[in-house]
Design a protein around this ligand. Structure first.
Ligand code: CA
Length: 374
């Protein structure tokens, strides 16, 4: 009888004590004690001027905090990038929130197979705290990307990963012992101004080495091969959190930034190690032309590829409507009642890329031709 009770008790005591120990410990490379907003050795002339010569972390520094500059520590057998920021340590105007992040070069194509992919190991030691407001926490990493059309920021954050503080009890009262990780995701293209959903993902302990993989890119929609999915997928400590971005056809690129971003109260301390980055850029293939529709001899364009002006010549097509579409299917030019030919003066109306010329004659017959602008 006694053994039945004792065994689970011992087990629970062991688990409780382990978690308790790991949760409350001070990290070897943690800044403890009081702090100021600005320090002489934390100021930097420009956002990119004060990186280490050969930083262990990948990407270009974006330091907007006068509390600290990027540093490194050798802890737990790895070299860690140190990202420390404090409330009000904005160095370049109040509109730029305090942050030390690294920007990775964007994947600028939207064809299926294009992606930007980051991986690393993160330790969270401290995050922003605003005492119960909705602005608690600091961001570890975010995926960004511009889009066509109007709405919101021209370069919005699409999905962000936020760590909110969890405080201990008893002797750990007032100490951040673990962190709730949330995904913040846009509801429509247009960024934060159009609203975001905030979804709880998982809790990780303070100073716990946690693998973090983030990939944003374009893939084929498994339910409709003519459509694309613009995805933002994360794997945090081995747990998969996949998400698809609204309006995939409007996305024009995929970008990732990581480090420490936003602290509206207190201090944030994030560490990153073993960081890697890779990207792929695949041209959009949506202009594959159905050969049955094409009567090549009916339309001539020259020069093709074109640079500035180009001419569209119609053979035996009268009173045609000519439309020119970009790779996203957006109409960039239209002219009705074309007799034999038209000359189009580019005037920067067409950026470099592939276009589709669609000619509809007065019998509603459709003719297609590909146009390349260099
Ligand atoms: Ca700085």
């Amino acid at each position: 009888m006694k053994l039945y009770i004792l065994k689970p008790l011992l087990f629970f005591s062991f688990v409780f004590f382990s978690v308790y120990l790991r949760g409350q410990a001070t990290a070897p490379d943690e800044d403890t004690g009081s702090y100021t907003t600005c320090n002489a050795d934390g100021a930097n002339a420009t956002r990119t001027s004060d990186d280490l010569p050969n930083p262990v972390n990948v990407g270009t520094i974006d330091d907007r905090s006068c509390y600290a500059n990027y540093k490194e520590s050798d802890v737990y057998g790895k070299t860690w990038g140190i990202y420390n920021i404090t409330h009000n340590s904005n160095q370049f105007g109040t509109s730029l929130q305090p942050r030390i992040e690294r920007a990775l070069s964007a994947s600028l194509k939207t064809g299926v197979g294009s992606f930007a992919k980051f991986s690393g190991i993160v330790r969270i030691l401290e995050v922003g705290d605003t005492s119960g407001t909705n602005n608690d926490g600091s961001y570890l990493i975010q995926a960004k990307g511009k889009h066509t059309g109007v709405g919101g920021s021209p370069d919005p954050a699409i999905c962000l990963y936020l760590a909110k503080p969890v405080y201990g009890t008893g002797s750990n009262s007032g100490k951040q012992v673990s962190f709730d990780i949330y995904a913040e995701r846009i509801l429509v293209r247009g960024g934060s101004g159009s609203g975001r959903e905030v979804v709880f993902l998982k809790n990780i302990l303070k100073d716990e080495q946690t693998s973090f993989e983030l990939e944003i890119g374009f893939k084929e929609d498994p339910n409709d091969a003519s459509k694309k999915i613009h995805y933002c997928n994360a794997i945090i400590g081995g747990t998969v959190f996949n998400w698809n971005i609204p309006d995939p056809e409007r996305g024009t690129q995929s970008k990732i930034r990581y480090g420490a971003y936003r602290v509206k109260g207190g201090r944030a301390q994030i560490r990153w190690a073993n960081t890697t980055y890779q990207k792929a850029e695949v041209e959009n293939q949506s202009l594959s032309i159905d050969e049955n529709q094409v009567t090549l001899s009916s339309i001539k364009t020259y020069p093709n590829p074109a640079k500035n002006n180009f001419k569209i010549q119609l053979n035996n097509i009268e009173n045609a409507t000519i439309g020119i579409y970009d790779v996203l299917g957006k109409k960039v030019y239209q002219k009705t009642n074309v007799k034999e030919s038209i000359e189009i003066i580019n005037n920067n109306r067409f950026k470099a890329g592939i276009y589709l010329i669609k000619v509809i004659d007065n019998n509603q017959k459709v003719y297609l031709k590909k146009l390349i602008i260099n």
